[in-house]
Design a protein around this ligand. Structure first.
Ligand code: NDP
Ligand code: NHF
Length: 321
């Protein structure tokens, strides 16, 4: 049984299955296998373009009696081209239809970067909506209405810096339940962790294994490979565990949620079993020294193409390149 954190509406399992880059033809099996082996939390997004296949897997799991809807935690995310208040519910309805669900447990604003409605990824300056023309607060108010209509149980955000979280805390009626951000030993974000602990916002750690399967165009030539880190490897060996398991256990011991992606049943099982690995205080102290502010999903796709955004403004801090 995986540990959960209590949100205002329901208990969120600390470990979930990531689904970005889980290809058509792979993600159906991955979700079915995952739930059968004990995963109870699936992290989705409309931009991953695989929600229909995940929906087929979920509906079969319910029909086969493997699990009940109320025993699963399903997160999805509002894409950047649907931030206009009138578009928010329509985007959610498409996700619910694809996932074949009546409600989500958690719906997140995927990025604090609105783009035009007919654009998927921006290529020119005209593809962006100026932040002054469409405030995050107005998008948030539309998200709040989804809770009022019982279409989603909890709402939250992703890739928000502290300043933007504070804006929602100041102007919203519902506190963001979760901020989903990149977190791993090379990007530990202690100030964000402190802020969220004080504010009662949970963090979900994305790319917890270093996202080695992301598209080549998003990779830096000389990037450090988290799964090959010597300190992580040595700690893994001491516990008879794998480096991935140490990374997952580390995230859980920091009281964050964690959503490693895999479509490989043996690795999915390995990752699930990491939930029962306990690292020592010495392990945690050694891992604390590994921080190098390394973002694997660095957000440059929002700051180029004549964008009104900069990396520093996006993250609220200088970014190591
Ligand atoms: N909100 C946001 O903006 C973002 C959210 N996310 C979410 O977070 C999830 C996880 O992050 P992601 O970037 O996918 O990357 P992860 O850090 O989870 O790494 C996934 C990669 O590691 C491999 N892998 C999985 N388990 C193991 C293991 N035990 N040993 C060795 N290799 C392993 C996978 O391959 P294989 O499948 O072959 O096992 C895949 O190539 C995403 O899938 C998505 O759901 C991610 C990025 C941004
Ligand atoms: O979740 C994510 C993965 O895919 C997207 C791009 O295709 C990213 O923008 C995002 O961070």
């Amino acid at each position: 049984m995986i540990k959960t954190h209590e949100l205002s509406q329901g208990k969120m399992p600390v470990l979930g299955l990531g689904t970005w880059n889980s290809q058509p033809g792979e993600v159906y099996n991955a979700v079915k296998e995952a739930v059968k082996m004990g995963y109870r939390h699936i992290d989705c997004a409309s931009i991953y373009q695989n929600e229909e296949e995940i929906g087929k897997a979920l509906s079969e799991l319910f029909a086969e009696g493997v699990v009940k809807r109320e025993d699963l935690w399903i997160t999805s995310k509002l894409w950047n081209n649907a931030h206009a208040p009138d578009d928010v519910q329509l985007a959610l309805e498409k996700t619910l239809k694809d996932l074949r669900l009546g409600y989500l447990d958690l719906y997140l604003i995927h990025w604090p970067v609105p783009i035009k409605k007919d654009i998927v990824m921006p290529n020119t300056p005209a593809d962006f909506v100026k932040p002054d023309d469409l405030s995050l607060t107005s998008t948030w108010q539309a998200m709040e209405q989804l809770v009022d209509k019982n279409l989603v149980r909890n709402i939250g955000v992703s890739n928000f810096n502290v300043e933007r979280l504070q804006t929602l805390l100041d102007h919203g009626n519902i506190k963001p339940a979760v901020n989903q951000i990149e977190l791993h030993p090379y990007l530990q974000q202690p100030a964000m962790l402190d802020f969220c602990q004080q504010a009662g916002i949970y963090l979900t750690a994305y790319s917890p294994l270093g996202s080695k399967g992301r598209p080549d165009g998003m990779k830096a030539a000389d990037e450090p490979v988290l799964l090959e880190d010597g300190t992580i490897g040595a700690i893994a060996q001491q516990h008879g565990a794998t480096p991935a398991q140490v990374l997952i256990a580390w995230a859980i011991q920091r009281e964050t949620m964690v959503i490693p992606k895999s479509v490989n049943p043996a690795r999915m099982k390995q990752n699930l079993e990491a939930a029962s690995l306990t690292l020592t205080q010495k392990d945690m102290q050694e891992i604390a020294t590994l921080d190098r502010h390394r973002r694997y999903v660095d957000g440059t796709f929002w700051t180029t193409q004549g964008s009104p955004h900069t990396l520093e403004n996006l993250w609220g801090e200088p970014v190591a390149q």
